[in-house]
Design a protein around this ligand. Sequence first.
Ligand code: GLU
Length: 304
Amino acid sequence: MNYPAILEQIHRDIQPYLGTGRVADYIPELAKIPADRFGMAVVTAAGDVHRIGDADERFSVQSISKLFACTLAFQLIDDELWSRVGREPSGTAFNSLVQLETEQGKPRNPFINAGALVVTDVLCRRFVSAETALVEFMRRLTGERTVDYDLRVAQSELANAHRNRAMAHFIASFGNLEMPAEVVVDAYCRQCAISMSCVELARAALFLCNGGVVPATGERILDSSSTKRLSALMLTCGTYDAAGDFVFRVGLPAKSGVGGGIVAVLPGEMAVCVWSPGLDSNGNSLAGTLALEWLTTHTGQSIF
Ligand code: GLU
């Protein structure tokens, strides 16, 4: 596959779309990122790295952290997770509170905020510092010791976490948190504030293309069955309330974040990450989704 030529072509064709969409502005640290940034990286299972544009620039991973937090929770409690979180698309916004009431505090899936808070609770219960455990995990997956969370973003997240706090306390009222709600929200905000580049995120997701094993080191992250399940969750629940349209257009399991990043995987072949901060009305990167759609069109490769 001639990834360099395909990335060049995508980079050329995407130019008119850069700066379109709306940059997340619920905290100043995200609002000030120029909307016209664009980076894309493909890392193949064989270890080749292809990059274009701002692929080495770190950005706020935001909800993409939910994918890796869920991986860690899977490692710790495996199928026990499903007694506390569902695995259905929610059909409501990522930060919605409404379903929680009728569904007795059991969030629909681990990729909406409510579900991610329960996942973070699992990590908080088992690690002295959940966010440090996640940062360490990301360092291990990428081989990059400088990966960290951005303290300013984390503090801003915390100062604006009214809805996430409300959600955590609501879940706690149903008995579905083991740790104090404030501890969980604190760790959740810090995990959202992790900064990584497209190359780093594509590398980190590579175990999902390889049956749960990091190709470069041979380290097993998940068994093949859990890897399949996590990828299935990405497909059905990974791109906010637009997962149907996203998979229709792109055809890959993916997880997006309001920082403008999207990481996607093609089992057996490659992991890809794209970053462009302008978001569509569902909160997915507008240019990023388009770039991934073109990638699967030009390569003729998707999971279908
Ligand atoms: N920190 C954001 C929140 O919890 C994450 C949003 C996202 O990327 O979906 O509201």
